[in-house]
Design a protein. Structure first.
Length: 92
């Protein structure tokens, strides 16, 4: 089954699915600044574009096509997006 997710008044949208017991989402983030909450560990990979990410207790870091970051469980992280970005997220 495919799950449709929408956040921040439609500026972030994703499709979620499960494969072999692992959950994934694939989505697009429009320009803006966002704060997300995590429930479990996330492996965020940028597929097209670039963004800035700030993980808990860390400095801002630029991510671009093909780069992955691990986001700790039960935390908040910030994103700054100048141009639309696509991503895939795997939940551990």
């Amino acid at each position: 089954m495919i799950k449709v997710n929408e956040y921040f008044e439609g500026k972030v949208k994703s499709l979620g699915f499960e494969s072999e017991g692992t959950r994934f989402t694939a989505g697009v983030i429009l320009a803006g600044e966002y704060t997300f909450d995590t429930g479990q560990e996330e492996h965020l990979t940028i597929t097209v574009g670039r963004l800035e990410i700030q993980l808990p207790g860390k400095k801002w870091k630029t991510m671009k096509d093909g780069e992955t970051v691990v986001i700790p469980p039960s935390s908040k992280f910030n994103l700054k997006v100048a141009q639309p970005v696509s991503y895939v997220c795997r939940y551990a």
